[in-house]
Design a protein around this ligand. Structure first.
Ligand SMILES: [Zn+2]
Length: 62
């Protein structure tokens, strides 16, 4: 796997400006189609927590 690429920009989750942000995937919208979503490191951590919670819930449900 390639190292994640950080670039300076705005975080789409916390609205912070001039932060190192990383592309985390595309978001989908009926009118706009696929749009790249960028998040800063603290928001990435939070999203990772949510992803882990998602899988533990899915595991418990299964
Ligand atoms: Zn952020």
């Amino acid at each position: 796997m390639a190292e994640p690429t950080w670039l300076l920009g705005s975080c789409w989750r916390c609205d912070g400006d001039d932060l190192p942000v990383m592309w985390i995937g595309d978001v989908q919208n009926r009118d706009l189609g696929h749009v790249p979503f960028y998040a800063c490191e603290p928001c990435m951590q939070r999203l990772e927590d949510l992803m882990r919670a998602h899988f533990s819930l899915a595991h418990e449900a299964g």
